[in-house]
Every structure is written in C-alpha cells, then in structure tokens.
Design a protein. Sequence first.
Length: 201
Amino acid sequence: MIVTELEYISNYRIKVFIDEEFAFILYPQDIKRYKIEEEKEISDDLFLLIKQETILRRAKNKALCYLDRTEQTERILRQKLKSKYYTEDIIDLTIIFLKNYNYLDDRRYAYQYISSYMNKKSITFMKRELYIRGISDDIIEDVLAEFCIDENSNLRIQIDKRIDNLSQFDESSKRKTINYFLRRGFNYYDIIKSIEEYHKK
C-alpha cells in the first residue's frame, strides 16, 4: 500500500489517502510518530496498528463525549462520527463497543423522549420525531405501549394554560394557538373542540 496524499484540512488534522482512497484522519504528531510520507509504502501491520491503536480509540472517545452531553440514537451518532471523517468500519466497531457497555440504547432513548414529551406533543408528532432520529417502528410502538397517554386530555390542559396566560383571546390569538398545537402534531378539529370547551367553562 502506498500513501498517495496527505491533505491538510486544518493546522492539526490531516486526511491520509492510501492507494488514492481516503483511509483516516491523523494529527501532525501521528504523522511524525508513524513516519507517514507521501509516495512511501505503508505496511499492512502499520495500517492496522494505526486503525486500532489511534483511530478506533479516538472514535470511541468522540462518541463518549457526545453521549456525555446528551442521549443519542444510533443513527444520529453514526452521522456525527461520519461528519468527523471516521470510516464505516471504525464506526461499526465503535457502535458495537457502545452497545456492549450499554452506553447506546435506542429503546432507552425512545423511553426517555416519550416520558419527557408525552404531555406536550401528540403521539403522531413523537412517532415522527423518533423515526427521523432512526428509531425503528417496532421499538416506538413497544415503548408507547408502556405509557397510558390521554392525548385529548393533555391537549385540553395545554390549551387551558395557554389561554389563561393571554391578556385577551381574539382571532389573532386563536390562529396562533391553533398553529402552535398543529406544529406539535395535534388534530385541527381536536384543537378547535378544546378551545370551544374552554369558553364553555
């Protein structure tokens, strides 16, 4: 294998191309340590050593850094690692590592998300958000089954609070209220009905 190009993408990050294909990102100190030079051969042993000793370790640390800030789904974490130039094989190994130590769990993510938003957003909205974040339909349905969600009751409570906090509820306020809850996935007619029930009190 031949190192065909060293491309600096910043002062401290270098894209290494081997046989004209992107291999990994290294720092200047790595280049010096492993004696990487353009148009020089790199042995299979050294290539694997760099991948396992340096690249995989950094990918794991980066993933743990993301997870330390907030819970992540597998899809989102994969996207973030890919944006940092980690290759699919390194990402796969990192995901396996995280799952083995229970650092990454899509079901736990779905449970925490639904627990946090079940009284604020519609079931349809939550399903869509979780699906976009890479949670499978089976996991979403399974986790939802653990909760007893009265969507209409939640909607009425939220609308009551929103109207109570307004100094006046005119047509403009009504349209804004309707749009507010539509964006959270609630049904238009359910919103209108809850507003009408508020005024009947």
